[in-house]
Design a binder for this molecule. Structure first.
Ligand code: PHB
Length: 398
């Protein structure tokens, strides 16, 4: 009948508006909901040979949140932790999912250089700030204008020991590094500086990054009889190297071990035994760094993690959370460029000492310490005895 016809006509007429209104309402509801959260996508190697990096950083991030509140600018801080198994294609895929599906405000973590480099294009394309808490090849921050780093760089770590060694009777050195970004940085910046200081590098050796067998390389070093062997291996690999160094009687043959502090990583130092005693390295963090803030940090971390000692990875994660949360506060829970800009130029006291995010390079500026492994009570520590203050990344000083 007529009434029904009229009704149907009206409905037909109004239907598109109805749909538009419903879509707008639904979208409004979702965006209002999303705005109540500030989300951090933390991508780490939680399994495989670099799992200790993931474990340290996750623990430190959770500690920072527990100590400093888990809301910012009225929004709940949400930490989404994902395991990339240290495979670059997995890191990249997870980052994409976190940006597209979870709408994270920031990406963080990145346990190895190839993982950070694989993900850099995602940060650029989606304008999502990406905070590197572990990886340490100098060039990483140049891979995207959205990258900020709170770990360290290998050039920073390597030049410290290259200055110390020749003043302390070490004139002839063989270098032994993991054959990828950070190892190549370490080799180059150690060698250039050591030569400049009058030293001699008689051989440069590179070992595979994954599952290295150090034995043939160490044999070669033994035959070459340098005053010292300079080493870079990524966090987690130091124990195997130290064991083989002892087994081949390198120390007994009078060959000293020097390196960046990655080899005497606090996570595994205590298990190395007396062969590690006297090893001199340069690095930005030691669990025995003498400051009230670091004492508090080490105590709280150890207590929250069944006695685990924090290493430099933990500090990169802890300080990374500081940079993210304070940037979130300053930008009122922002994202993209606003969040990124609030990270640049942050300057604060870290458990490592004073630190700055250089607003030009987005890289970390901090002290580098020369340290020697010593026994404190019944425990081994990297005891800092000399400081190079406020070091910028030498990899960018051009
Ligand atoms: C890196 O892959 O950039 C890396 C990993 C572990 C380290 C240092 C650098 O200890």
């Amino acid at each position: 009948d007529n009434t029904q016809l009229l009704h149907a006509g009206v409905n037909q007429w109004l239907a598109p508006y109805y749909i538009v209104v419903m879509v707008a309402l639904t979208a409004g509801t979702f965006s209002a909901f999303a705005q109540e959260k500030f989300s951090i996508g933390l991508i780490l190697p939680m399994t495989g040979p670099f799992a200790s990096t993931g474990k340290q950083i996750e623990a430190a991030a959770r500690l920072y949140m527990a100590q400093n509140g888990d809301t910012v600018a009225g929004k709940k801080v949400e930490l989404i932790v994902k395991d990339d198994t240290s495979a670059p294609d997995v890191t990249k895929r997870i980052a994409q999912e976190l940006v597209v599906n979870d709408k994270v405000n920031v990406l963080a973590g990145f346990g190895l250089t190839p993982l950070a480099l694989a993900t850099a294009p995602i940060a650029t394309q989606s304008k999502t700030p990406l905070v590197v808490m572990a990886a340490a090849t100098s060039s990483i921050t140049q891979a995207s204008p959205y990258i900020v780093r709170t770990s360290f760089t290998l050039p920073q770590a390597a030049v410290g020991i290259a200055d110390w060694a020749p003043k302390n009777g070490i004139k002839k050195v063989v270098t032994l590094v993991s054959d990828y970004g950070p190892g190549i940085d370490a080799e180059k910046y150690f060698k250039d500086r050591f030569l400049f200081n009058g030293g001699q590098v008689i051989e440069t050796l590179r070992v595979p990054m994954r599952n290295p067998d150090f034995a043939p390389f160490l044999q070669k070093v033994r035959d070459l009889k340098p005053d010292a062997m300079f080493v870079f291996v990524p966090s987690g690999a130091g124990a195997a190297l130290m064991k083989q160094f002892a087994e081949r009687g390198m120390d007994k043959a009078g060959i000293k071990l020097i390196g960046t502090g990655d080899v005497t990583d606090d996570d595994i130092l205590n298990s190395m035994g007396d062969v590690a005693l006297g090893v001199v390295t340069s690095h930005h963090y030691s669990a025995s760094h003498n400051s009230p803030l670091n004492k508090k940090f080490v105590e709280a971390f150890t207590k929250a993690n069944h006695g685990l000692r924090p290493n430099f990875m933990a500090v990169g994660g802890y300080d990374g959370m500081r940079v993210i949360i304070e940037a979130a506060r300053a930008s009122k829970g922002g994202s993209g460029e606003a969040l990124l800009n609030a990270m640049k130029g942050q300057s604060f006291e870290s458990p490592r000492g004073p630190m700055l995010i250089d607003p030009q390079t987005r890289d970390v500026v901090h002290n580098v310490y020369i340290r020697k492994v010593e026994k404190v009570g019944d425990q081994l520590f990297n005891q800092e005895f000399s400081t190079i203050k406020d070091m910028k990344d030498p990899g960018k000083a051009k």
